[in-house]
Ligand binder design. Structure first.
Ligand code: TNX
Length: 533
């Protein structure tokens, strides 16, 4: 055995002492926290609050209305700290008070931490839920599970006042190109909740797969859902599965936005029901795209498609049976979707003529209205006459977004060059695409929805959404890798007012989240733009 030299021993002692002093007091002032998205206002106060086994939850008059949040809080605290917090029917020393305050905006909250107690006030249960996310990130165990062996967690005193800049803070997951089982979607929902994301848009159909059971058109899933990009079994959600996702998301204050992409991106439906097909063959990979001279046979089912071309399929927009199809699909979707939106797609319908495209979109929009929902569509839908309640999702062309605004619609901001999570981080990234841009973490962070086009102003913008297309994703781990750490960057753009955001601060704060993700076993991209400890 080697003997330690004196200098080495000294270093060892120094390191040990440092480690001890860290575990005694690692409380950083609340103003130097790592909260993402950054809150609107933080004021430091004297002292600290100690969370321990005796801390009690008090929820007074609103107890039953907010029990969903207090129960969630308890279970999150247990996972994070091992503490099993009880409830109390009076406020004592060492209490965490949950209360509703109607003077606050619906999604707003305040968090007041002082020596005796913590008071979390929310404008609604959703506001309280977002406050819980902030609280969690202030607990020293966040990102540092082994830090407090005595099960005492010292939180810095201070007052946070917070509310979102945008009402819609979203992510989209493409489950059509590669199917993701219910468990993966739930896992994603857990992660989104941490960053105060409140909408999850599911891209449920595309050329390669139809992923949602429609009882009146059963072959959509049995045939249309039977494969995916690269072949393989594909898959689909039964209506029960879908309702389970919706319910799971609701418990985390996330609204599901289901998308059926139409009239293009529909090969999986055409493969199931030839009657919907005006007659267009699937092109060879790399063949000349959008060539109507290669039309297949009217009314005949197309072969299933497992490639990655886009823009070659369309529903036959002129047949009454197609209207019936859209009506049935939207009706069944609306029945199991409590949220306000049904997304009708409308992108890249390159083989649908404009004469066919425009009335089709208008019709689909009317059907969505008939079933009590509002439409969303990719920015191309602005060529049609939009209802003011329809939301246009800006992904490609600012001029389309402006056309929608001129019709009185709101826009959802998802520019491919900034917000697409399926773009590679740099040229060495193993999965993802490059067609829009390479998007490093700082690129994903350093932009603002109001600075994309002079005609797209704050009042026109409903919110921000980060889409994750899945042509190149084969697993949950791939999904995680492209989503983290860029999703938190987009979440901060959507939540935190522009003047309070800075890359310098974000790049420091994200480090602690990286530690948390490591502890959770998440596969995230260690961007060289961040000094990960
Ligand atoms: C464009 S974005 C598409 C998708 C692809 C994506 C790949 C949009 C509305 N359409 O069909 O999956 O690019 O990045």
């Amino acid at each position: 055995m080697k003997t330690l030299k004196i200098p080495a021993l000294k270093t060892l002692i120094a390191v040990a002492l440092f480690a001890v002093s860290c575990s005694i007091d690692k409380t950083v002032p609340i103003t130097q926290n790592s909260i993402i998205p950054a809150p609107v206002s933080i004021v430091e106060q004297e002292g600290s609050f100690t969370l321990d086994g005796n801390t009690k939850i008090f929820s007074g008059a609103n107890a039953s209305e907010i029990s969903m949040v207090t129960e969630y809080f308890k279970s999150e605290m247990y996972t994070l700290t091992g503490l099993q917090l009880g409830s109390s029917d009076e406020v004592g020393a060492n209490s965490i008070v949950f209360e509703l305050n109607s003077a606050l905006g619906e999604e707003a909250y305040t968090l007041d931490i002082n020596k005796e107690k913590v008071v979390l006030s929310g404008g609604s249960p959703a506001g309280l839920f977002f406050g819980v996310q902030t609280f969690k990130q202030l607990v020293p165990a966040f990102g540092d599970q082994k830090m407090s062996p005595g099960n005492q967690y010292v939180l810095p005193a201070g007052k946070i006042e917070d509310r979102p800049e945008y009402a819609y803070r979203g992510m989209m997951l493409d489950v059509a190109r590669h199917f993701f089982p219910v468990a993966d979607v739930k896992h994603l929902i857990d992660l989104l909740a941490m960053y105060k994301i409140n909408f999850l848009h599911l891209h449920l159909s595309d050329d390669q797969g139809w992923r949602i059971e429609i009882k009146s058109w059963p072959l959509l899933t049995t045939i249309g859902g039977s494969t995916q990009v690269g072949g393989g079994p594909g898959g689909f959600y039964t209506q029960e599965d879908y309702k389970e996702i919706v319910k799971y998301a609701q418990a985390k204050f996330i609204t599901i936005v289901p998308e059926i992409d139409m009239p293009g991106h529909t090969n999986s439906a055409l493969a199931a029901y030839g009657v919907l097909n005006p007659g267009i063959t699937v092109p060879e990979e790399g063949a000349l795209r959008y060539d109507r001279s290669s039309l297949g046979v009217d009314g005949e089912a197309t072969p299933l498609y497992t490639g990655t071309e886009v823009g070659f399929s369309t529903l036959d927009t002129n047949k009454p049976v197609t209207s019936q199809f859209v009506d049935d699909v939207v009706r069944e979707l609306a029945e199991m979707t409590p949220g306000p939106y049904i997304h009708i797609g409308g992108d890249e319908s390159h083989v649908t003529s404009m004469e066919d495209y425009i009335p089709f979109i208008e019709k689909a929009q009317d059907i969505v209205t008939k079933y009590g929902k509002k439409s969303m569509g990719w920015d191309e839908v602005a060529h049609a006459k939009l209802l003011p309640s329809t939301v246009a999702q800006y992904w490609s062309k600012a001029e389309n977004a402006v056309m929608a605004i001129e019709q009185g619609s709101k826009v959802l901001i998802s520019p491919a060059v900034k917000a697409y999570l399926d773009m590679k981080y740099d040229s060495t990234t193993q999965i993802g695409y490059t067609w829009a841009a390479l998007i490093e973490l700082d690129d994903a962070y350093n932009w603002d929805p109001t600075e994309l086009d002079p005609q797209i102003k704050r009042e026109h913008i409903l919110g921000v959404e980060a889409p994750l297309w899945a042509e190149t994703l084969r697993s949950r781990s791939d999904m995680e890798f492209l989503t983290f750490p860029r999703l938190p960057a987009i979440a901060e753009i959507a939540w935190t007012p522009k003047e309070l955001r800075s890359w310098e601060s974000f790049s420091l704060r994200i480090n602690r989240h990286g530690k948390m993700w490591e502890a959770m076993g998440l596969n995230f991209y260690k961007s060289p733009k961040v000094n990960w400890e």
